[in-house]
Structure formats: C-alpha cells, structure tokens
Design a protein around this ligand. Structure first.
Ligand code: PFF
Length: 455
C-alpha cells in the first residue's frame, strides 16, 4: 500500500472546492437536469430537488468527505480501515467500481458533445437541426468511436499530470469560464420572444404537476449531480488537509452545482417554450432534448451558430472536468490497492475506458444487435450504475457510519476545522432520512425494470 506522505494533494481550499465543483458540475447538470425538470413538473421538481439536496445530499457529501480525510484512502482502503470481513470489502469495492463503469459511457456522451461543438464551429447549424442527424451520427460506428477516443485522450492527458498539475489546474481555469458562459447563454435564451412562459414553468412550483415520480427522479438526479456514492468524494477528501472546513466547502459545492443546474434549466426550458410554445411532446423529449431539440431551437433563432458554439463549449468543459474526477477515482483505487505508480494506474484506467466505452459507442451501430436486459450497452451501464449500484453504495456508507465508525467519530473529524453547526440535523439525516430515501430509489428502480412503474 502507498505511503500517506507521497499521496497527491490539493494545494489549498479554493483548489479543492473548484475541483469538487468541477466533478459535480457535468453532463448531469446541463444535459440531464433540464430534461428531467421539463418532464417531471418544472417548478415542483425544482422545489423537491432543493429540499433533498440540503438534507439528504448534504449529509452524504459530508460523510464521504470526512471518511476520505479521516482514513486518507480512496473507498476500498477507507472501508478496510474499519474491518477486513466481506461486508467491508464489498462496501469499499462497490463505491470504487462505480466510477470505473461510469466514465467509459460518460466519455461516449462527451464524444458526442465534442462532435456537436466541432460541427457548430464549421457552421453546420441547419444540418444539426434535422431529425435524422443525431440517430445517423450515433449509428455511424466510425464517427462515434473517433469522437469518443478523442474525448478519452483529453481526459487521460490531464490524469497523467496528477492532482495539482492536472485536475486542480484545469478546474481553476475551466470552472470560472463555465459560469460566465452559462450566464451568457441563459440570458440569451430567456430574452427570446415567448421564453418567459418557460421561465415561469421552471421556477414556480405548481402542485398539479406533482407525482411520485417527481420525488424519485429528483432523488436520482441529486446523486448523479453531486457525484455522491461513486467514490469520488472519498478520494478527493483523502487529498485534503485537516484545515479545510468540510461543512463550508460542502455548502459551497452544493450552491455552485445547483446554480449551474438552474442556469442550464434557464438556458434550455425557456428556449423550448420560445421554440414550441411549451408543447408537452417537446418538454418530454428526455435525453435527446440536448442533441435533437436544442439544435432545432438554435437553428430557428438569429445568432444560432454562435449560441450553439457557446452552449456546446460549455457542456464540453463541464463534461471534461467530471470525466476527469470519475477516472481519477479509479486511478487512485489502482494506486492504493495494487501499489502501482500513477502512470501505470492511469494506463490501466485508460484501457478500461477504451474497452467498455467502445462497446457503448458502437452499441448504436455495428454492435446494435447486443442488448442487455433489453437495453443498449450504454443505457445498460447507465442503469446498472445509477439505479442499482449507487443506492447500494450509499447504503454501505450509511451503515459504515451509523453501525461501525459511529456518528460521533465523523463529527469529530468535521469539527477539526469547522463549527459543524448542522451537527444535530446531520445525525438525524443519517439515522432516519438517508436509509428511507435510499430504499425508495432502489425499490423504484427495481419496479421500473419489471415494468411496474415507468420512469
Ligand atoms: N456529477 C457529474 C455530473 O453531474 O455530470 C459527474 C457524474 C456523476 C457523471 C454521476 C456520471 C454519473 F453517473
């Protein structure tokens, strides 16, 4: 096992917060959040999301970060620090394996985003707006694979640089740029004729739009968006010094992540209203909202090519920083568990990304005959990680803290550099709220597989 002293670390508090924010703000915020908000009730979805984030989400981020900092290990080592039997091994490995399975398919979507940016730069605005463009592109094996590999190359190059040189430096430049771009594109979108109805739909809660699925979707999205239950926060926590205020930095990251998600909502939902008058079919477009509906919106507006370039540049920045954090978590596990050097661990991670990612990228084309549980390879990995493994990983963290480590020990770790004002609330969330929320997600996902409910 590697010596603690030689472990990579962040240079300071700002570097850490930006790197965690870089991990949290990703395709989840810009691609996933707006389509879920559009589909599951607009303002009421936003309200439920916000409540869950400051309660359940807050408790899990604090827990994972504190465990990482306390043990100075990524998840496998962190669990092992408390015991050697099977449940500890399973709890650690499930947290560690999730990001390794996510980053390949995430990079495939990152490749699609790179392709769209390239096409906007070439001025193909009208072609991108055609219905057949997206399906044709993803089913053309060579093209999707090429853009996927290019995206991987960017990610692996940063990882070779290490934490301070790579992850932190990239986040410090990219995150402020991303905020500026987001404000600009949202401002542009909200001032289109007819867009105001979309702003109201997104911001004003309407109880009539509430359903059980609003809660389930908001909860899943919260995990996804905040990079919870995927080893990342353990890993990043293990890189920070004892003077980082965990409570404060968690709040900063949550505010940042939510601000970007809301800006993304304000970019996309008003644009959809301006374009279609809020017709339900467009609002329910789901995952293709960003690749099919939005290009149509851009093509129908003045300055569409410029808006397209800015928008996809923004998405690309967000996707790269998140992919880096997902892969970083894997690299750190290989370093710790196999005792490998950083470059060797990075190469292995690169290999895993290429194998699983290529299967996902080609799953819409030459490999389209492959279907797992009726899903394409990409959808299967998305479902496996987000709907099944992440709730189990979060449950493992909750049990480790409440049954083994003890809530007091976590509180002590946090209190080393923080007043921990919300300690009582934190205890309550961990003991009662978190297990209930996790059970709801897991049961809903299983019910979804069997077709008892549709998500
Ligand atoms: N939190 C990031 C995002 O919202 O895009 C990174 C991420 C988390 C990606 C979870 C994928 C995932 F399943």
């Amino acid at each position: 096992m590697k010596e603690n002293q030689s472990r990579s670390s962040f240079s300071g508090k700002l570097g850490y917060v930006l790197a965690v924010a870089g991990s949290a703000v990703g395709l989840g915020n810009i691609w996933r959040f707006p389509y879920l908000a559009a589909k599951y009730g607009g303002g009421i979805f936003l309200l439920v999301y916000l409540i869950l984030m400051v309660t359940f989400g807050y408790a899990l981020i604090v827990s994972e970060t504190a465990l990482g900092r306390m043990t100075k290990r990524s998840p496998v080592g962190a669990f092992r620090a408390f015991g050697k039997s099977a449940p500890f091994r399973i709890g650690g490995w499930i947290n560690a394996v999730i990001p390794m399975l996510i980053v390949p398919y995430y990079s495939v979507i990152g490749g699609w985003v790179s392709k769209y940016l390239f096409e906007y730069l070439r001025g193909s605005t009208a072609a991108l707006a055609e219905d057949s463009y997206f399906p044709n592109f993803i089913s053309d094996g060579f093209s999707a694979e090429f853009w996927f590999l290019l995206f991987c190359l960017m990610v692996v190059a940063v990882l070779f640089g290490g934490v301070k040189q790579g992850v932190e430096r990239v986040s410090k430049v990219m995150m402020p740029l991303l905020v500026l771009l987001a404000i600009f594109v949202a401002g542009y979108s909200m001032t289109r004729p007819g867009a105001w109805e979309g702003v109201k739909y997104f911001l004003i809660p309407n109880l009539e739009n509430f359903s059980w699925m609003t809660v389930v979707a908001a909860m899943g999205q919260m995990f996804y968006s905040l990079s919870i239950a995927m080893g990342i926060l353990y890993t990043y926590g293990s890189y920070i010094k004892k003077d980082v205020d965990i409570e404060k930095s968690t709040m900063q990251v949550e505010i940042f992540d939510t601000a970007i998600a809301m800006l993304a909502g304000l970019m996309i939902i008003p644009a959809v209203f301006a374009f279609s008058g809020g017709n339900p079919e467009t609002l329910n477009a789901g995952p293709s909202l960003m690749f099919i509906t939005i290009p149509k919106v851009f093509a129908s507006m003045g300055f569409g090519t410029g808006a397209g370039i800015m928008f996809f540049l923004l998405v690309l920045l967000a996707a790269v920083t998140s992919a880096i954090s997902l892969a970083e978590s894997g690299v750190s596990t290989f370093e710790d568990q196999l005792g490998w050097s950083r470059s060797k661990a990075t190469l292995l991670m690169g290999g895993v990304i290429i194998v699983i990612g290529s299967a996902s990228a080609l799953g819409f084309g030459v490999l389209d005959f492959v279907s797992v549980l009726g899903m394409t390879v990409l959808d299967f990995f998305d479902f496996l990680t987000n709907s099944l493994m992440m709730p189990v990983a979060a449950l493992a963290t909750c049990l480790l803290i409440t049954r083994v480590a003890g809530l007091d020990k976590i509180a002590k770790e946090v209190e080393q550099s923080s007043d921990f004002k919300r300690k009582k609330m934190y205890f309550f969330f961990m003991k009662y709220l978190a297990p209930v929320c996790i059970a709801i997600i897991l049961l809903s996902s299983i019910a979804n597989v069997f077709g008892w409910i549709t998500m």
